[in-house]
Design a protein around this ligand. Sequence first.
Ligand code: XIL
Length: 304
Amino acid sequence: TPLRNEASKKDILIGSGAINPIYLNDPEFAAVLANQFNSLSPENEMKWSFINPTKGHYNWDTLDHLVNFAEDNNMVVKGHGLISSCCNPDFLLNITHPTAFHTAMKTHFEAIMHRYDGKMDRWDVVTEALKTQGGGLNNNTFYQVLGPGYIADAFRIARAAAPDAKLFINENLVESLPGKRQELYNLVSRLVAKGVPIDGIALQMHITEVAPKLGVITEMVSSYKALGLEVAIAEMDVHTLDNAIETDTYGVVISEALDAGITDISFWGFTDKHAYTWVPGAKPLMFDQSYKPKSEFYATHTAL
Ligand code: XIL
């Protein structure tokens, strides 16, 4: 049975991120995506410079295509990349006045969130707020112009623009770096204490070589639950050159996540044909380059 049938029985979202809408023209890609997953999200197409490269100009076509595909196949869509660590257009980078910058952010969020109101059920509002190895906030353009308060501003704007959607802060490596994990928790609990509207933590979960220590996911779920927040897995893939480790990692992580009560799991793509990987030769996903399920798929299926 397809993953989505198993997942739906338990009200679990099983998704594929990293969907570049041009891949949908490949009938095999489209068939596996629709057959196996009940959720999807774009790769780069919603990032600022892609969707809104110049002031007032929006490239809706590719994202509309993605949303229509999801509708036709009874899938939900997660908005990914309102604020990402890359891809900011020059017109934004040139705004140095905080009030004008805040207005640009509000205009941008409202344009996207209103267009996909009711069509995107959850959003990564801020991605990679922290430095990769931890040790402070990323010195991105939002931070430079608005200061650390940009995160709260972004969530407030997002909630007002899409009151019914879930809002996530998306972060990498927190499952493997204890210091960064604590830092994210401190940041998020301060936001919650100030009444900033945030619904959850999206763990990227790009795993290189070793799975997070057993118990880490469980502990995160319970500490965020105490704040009234949920934990989701947003972009899982496993970048190792060792097949056995990779298969085992899929099984172990998905099992622990489900046992801990996580109900929203997405991978960063599903086929090694279109894999985002920084480990040369790695095949990080559940299907091979000809869409055949790998042992990673069966490990995930068994865990479900
Ligand atoms: C990646 C894309 O997959 C690449 O095509 C692009 O060159 C860089 O960004 N975490 C994220 C994603 O939140 O947006 C990133 O996507 C991968 C890491």
